[in-house]
Design a protein around this ligand. Structure first.
Ligand SMILES: [Zn+2]
Length: 352
């Protein structure tokens, strides 16, 4: 994600000063001075056409996310939006001081360009100066749900284009995670991003027909779901199912709003927990119930939703049968947990 503005802009200038320095260029563009000609089109017309032929749309980033231009690019930074495709584009089109060059959609690899490749923009902390940023729709916590084979494939083709145009080596020193950028505080794209799979695609190597690794978990430990932060839909659904198991009557829609928060408060009150409507680790620990082969109902459905978050592709029908048990065993094996196909307190910590 590129929602953190970098206070340390290139060469030690503050962002404000940087804008002042580059302000002359922006002003000149506004009054239409020297039309930079690209492919015979004046700048205004060319600017609405994506540079990468595989991109589908152009939406201009907000101007206060932009720095100056540059003559070389030597790295690509991989991001996760922590929100929807459209939401990320809208955010970066506004004057929010952050923008990546490209955004890739989870479901089909649809691509929107927002910043010219030769323009510095605020997305990757200390790497802004020399990198192009690519945002990928999804949540770090839900790699299996959002890091689809289609998205990997289309993103890899975009990276191939960037490497060929700018002479960037196709290796992990030059194609990096946001979390690997100098000064980065963000964790995207997280441990669930299948680098081995992705780099094989980027290098044009043979890739097994299997989809990207589905079981990698970013970290163990219960998450926190509240109305104050955008919860990934699968995580919010898991909470809603578990609340329903304990007697709530929520519509399971993956949106954690005031009604879900009120149900959490009821649950907390009934269980002697601190009442704040936030489903954090302490509340989760009481909320989860052990489920195994043969069980059914809302808590079993919560297990299926939780496993699907990491790519299990189970039918979410609340019937914990052999298929669900098999998925649990695969998940436990992949993450070094005791393998018994039973979702008890420890396995819950990894999937909720
Ligand atoms: Zn990022």
């Amino acid at each position: 994600m590129s929602t953190d503005q970098n206070p340390n802009s290139p060469r030690g200038l503050s962002r404000r000063r940087m804008l002042a320095v580059t302000g002359g260029t922006a002003a000149a563009a506004v009054v239409g001075v020297p039309a930079l000609v690209r492919g015979g089109l004046p700048e205004a017309a060319a600017a609405s056409v994506p540079e990468y032929p595989g991109a589908d749309d152009w939406v201009a980033a907000g101007s206060n996310a932009l720095g100056g231009t540059r003559s070389s690019v030597s790295a690509v930074v991989i991001h996760t939006t922590q929100g929807s495709y459209r939401g990320a584009i809208n955010h970066m089109a506004g004057e929010n001081g952050v923008a990546a060059h490209y955004v890739v959609r989870s479901s089909d690899g649809h691509i929107t360009q927002m910043v010219r490749e030769n323009r510095i923009s605020w997305h990757g902390n200390g790497a802004n100066d020399y990198s192009v940023g690519i945002e990928h729709e999804g949540w770090v916590q839900e790699p299996g749900q959002f890091y689809t084979a289609q998205m990997y494939r289309e993103s890899a083709k975009l990276v191939q284009h960037l490497c060929s145009r700018w002479g960037i080596p196709k290796d992990r020193d030059h194609i990096i995670a946001h979390s690997e950028a100098p000064g980065a505080t963000h964790t995207d794209p997280g441990a669930g991003w299948d680098w081995d799979y992705f780099m094989k695609l980027v290098r044009g190597q043979w890739v097994p027909s299997q989809p990207p690794a589905p079981w990698t978990v970013a970290d163990s430990g219960f998450t926190t779901v509240s109305t104050r932060r955008t919860a990934p839909p699968q995580t919010a659904k898991t909470v809603q199912h578990l609340l329903n198991h304990h007697g709530a009557d929520l519509r399971v829609d993956g949106v954690f709003g005031p009604v879900s928060a009120a149900a959490v408060e009821d649950f907390q009150r009934a269980n002697g927990l601190y009442v704040d409507g936030v489903a954090g680790p302490k509340t989760f620990a009481v909320l989860v119930v052990t489920r195994r082969n043969g069980d059914s109902g809302a808590a079993a459905e919560a297990v299926q939703v939780g496993l699907n978050k990491f790519g299990a592709r189970l039918l979410e029908d609340g019937q914990f049968g052999p298929l669900t048990a098999g998925a649990v065993e695969e998940f436990q094996t992949a993450n070094g947990l005791f393998v018994d196909g039973v979702v008890g307190p420890q396995t819950w910590e990894w999937i909720a």
